[in-house]
Design a protein around this ligand. Structure first.
Ligand code: NAP
Ligand code: GDD
Length: 340
């Protein structure tokens, strides 16, 4: 039975990836922070899944704790290691740049160096990001210049180069997946897509009147997270380690997202969305649009969920959710008390 370690297992991608690996017959070891916010909701179904019984293990661990990492690596000796944990919110990274660089940029080095020093044959996946392209003109592919525009993106550039460097220097089977934005009903509530779909459902229920947003003109290449974890897995199955862009090849603005999400329930976004400068960033990334032809050619990977389907799935999931715990979406969870 193949074994995998997944850091950030309680995050959006971590939960989909654990599911995928369990479906493929792996023994899966997820690492979560003891204080993790997402674990209870995103992983509970797997902890109680009889098909995963005896094959799914959760371990407490922190990206800052090398000793714990070495202990888990030595104990599990995984075939594959997926490094997904990160402080992954771009605007928050302007508020806590130092810890973001440590968790998001330096921690992958801890994992790479530990795998190397332990002499493991573990294949390593680094969750790199289209944010690394920053202000580089679209479309962006594996050869496009990197121009990061936030501490988060700078940290991802560091981790990306370290991954490539450990491959070239020590022959580690290390790959960097440069993934464009991917969303789902499990998306964290302070990312713009989920913030919008949660607000639409709260407005429909009469629990909220307005939605406060920042820049509506930014364009993103939005895909479905379930498709993107499949690409991660395919990258590690390839014979030789390489770097891949994963994207849909279509970009839409935040305003277009609002238009579809509100339109899906028969509302006009203009009647509800209000501008709030708190949600702007000191430096914005205006236009991300990925060219994933290399992933298609080598990994035979293509996205299966269209933008429209993604938006409607997310709105429908929030409408169906009975969780009314986060209804004050006139402010944004985590964003509410901050200024940039
Ligand atoms: P996410 O939902 O924010 O998940 C990140 C996970 O990392 C969370 O579960 C978080 O745990 C954990 N984490 C944060 N700090 C940690 C620490 N010090 N020690 C241990 N765990 C820690 O992000 P995601 O959307 O699933 O993304 C997964 C990865 O892909 C991230 O590295 C992200 O930067 C990258 N990425 C994401 C996208 C995207 O569009 N989703 C695109 C490109 C790259 P808590 O629950 O404790 O906070
Ligand atoms: N979060 C947020 N909240 N974003 C807003 C808001 C708001 O109220 N109003 C407008 N936006 C704009 C942001 O300025 C940005 O241009 C866009 O919406 C998307 O913001 P996010 O959803 O926060 O995602 P992101 O693109 O900054 O970062 C995500 O994608 C990256 C890949 O490109 C994250 O998942 C990163 O971890 C990931 O690497």
């Amino acid at each position: 039975m193949r074994k995998a370690i997944v850091t950030g297992a309680a995050g959006q991608d971590g939960s989909y990836l654990c599911e995928l690996l369990l479906d493929k017959g792996y023994e899966v070891h997820g690492i979560v922070r003891r204080t993790s916010s997402g674990g209870e909701t995103r992983l509970t179904h797997l902890e109680h899944d009889p098909n995963a019984s005896g094959r799914f293990f959760l371990h407490h661990g922190d990206q800052l704790d090398t000793g714990r990492l070495v202990q888990l690596l030595s104990k599990v000796e995984p075939d594959e290691f997926y490094n997904l944990a990160a402080q992954s919110h771009v605007r928050v990274s302007f508020e806590i740049p130092e810890s973001t660089v440590d968790v998001t940029g330096v921690a992958p080095l801890r994992a790479l160096e530990s795998i190397r020093l332990l002499g493991l044959e573990t294949r390593f996946y680094q969750a790199s990001s289209s944010e690394m392209f920053g202000s580089t003109n679209p479309p962006q592919n594996e050869l496009s210049p990197l121009h990061p525009r936030s501490p988060y993106a700078c940290a991802k550039v560091l981790a990306h180069h370290l991954t490539v460097n450990y491959r070239e220097s020590y022959g580690l089977h290390a790959v960097s997946g440069i993934l464009f934005n991917h969303e789902s009903p499990r998306r964290g509530e302070n990312f713009v897509t989920r913030k919008i779909t949660k607000a639409v459902s709260a407005i429909v229920r009469g629990e909220q009147q307005h939605l406060f947003l920042g820049n509506l003109d930014a364009k993103r290449d939005w895909g479905f997270a379930g498709d993107y974890v499949e690409a991660m897995w395919r990258m590690l199955q390839a014979d030789s380690p390489d770097d891949f862009v994963v994207a849909t090849g279509e970009a839409f603005s935040v305003q277009q997202f609002c238009d579809l999400a509100f339109g899906h329930v028969g509302l006009k976004w203009q009647d509800y969305v209000r501008y709030d400068a708190r949600f702007e960033r000191p430096a914005e990334v205006d236009h991300l649009l990925g060219d994933a032809s290399k992933a298609k050619a080598i990994l035979d990977w293509t996205p299966t969920v269209s933008f429209e389907e993604l938006v409607t799935r997310m709105v429908d999931a929030d409408l169906q959710s009975s969780d009314k715990s986060v209804v004050d979406l006139t402010t944004e969870h985590n964003d509410a008390h901050s200024h940039s």
